[in-house]
Design a protein around this ligand. Sequence first.
Ligand code: PEP
Ligand code: MG
Length: 359
Amino acid sequence: EPELAGDFGTLMEWADKHRRMKVRANAETPADCKMARQFGAEGVGLCRTEHMFFDATRISAVRQMILAEDEAGRRAALEKLLPEQRADFQAIFEEMAGLPVTIRLLDPPLHEFLPQGDAEFAELSEAIGIGVDTLKRRAGELHELNPMLGHRGCRLGITFPEIYEMQARAIFEAACDVASASGDAPVPEVMIPLVATRKELEILKKVVDVTAAKVFGEKGRTLDYMVGTMIELPRAALMAGDIAHEARFFSFGTNDLTQTTLGVSRDDAGRFLSPYVEKGIYPRDPFVSIDVEGVGQLVELGAERGRATRPDLKLGICGEHGGDPASIAFCEKVGLDYVSASPYRVPIARLAAAQAALG
Ligand code: PEP
Ligand code: MG
């Protein structure tokens, strides 16, 4: 297992003795989980489930799930997706062998799920038996001028709670099966994305809790699990004290938090932020290193207000900043419990976390 052998492995061992924060990985495939563990990850901090929905064999059902005319139509599509989603989570739980796994419920750019062009509409119509005209009308109803600020994250879960219900069912069924088959019982951490208000979280936490209870009844066993939220909107950071009533953990999504705090698109920023850094307007690219003065204040405030409500609130970060040494030093200062980085950055994060704890 210790892939990081030799002097480097020794260095990593020293680092691990000194760091306070845990280091997890952002991973959504068993292969990434395996690599993350070889690099020393102590859990999955972010499993982005939307990546699982683009699979060629699933995309028709995914489109049906979004474009069906009514709940019965959506549920028919979700029935098809459930076994595959359960297998996704089972493989991850097995690979992570009892380490914590944070699974984020669907946070799609909705437009990427919609068919494009007549040929795709015709093909989908053929596959799911809904007329092309109906599909086009539904797609039109869901069309957004700015999808990145649209029907994303928990807003989708509020509109279509049955999607989150299917995912929660897949998580708990997989976790129960893995727990029964091995000694390492998974402790799923179910994470709700793009929450702005306590009410959103309250509604969706209930969907998760009710589903967990049903699955535990069916399986004749229970499991520990947690429900928590991303903090990735300024409103969520400001209202963290309120939101923490419904959350066992917070994970700061500093990609979206940077985008929404600076009002700069995370997808186009590269084009004009380089001159910004050259001119000293920002000391570093704020999408690489946390903008300590602005975004950092929101992280600090969110952590303080959340912990004031719930002293044992678990706090982490899963934006790209979680693998950036300067940002990791900031996370240490704020007192986060863990950082989560892409698998290849896990060793750097372990070193940076140790340096931050010693510094
Ligand atoms: C984030 O916004 O920081 C985050 C981790 O989520 P995503 O990058 O998937 O939006
Ligand atoms: Mg995000």
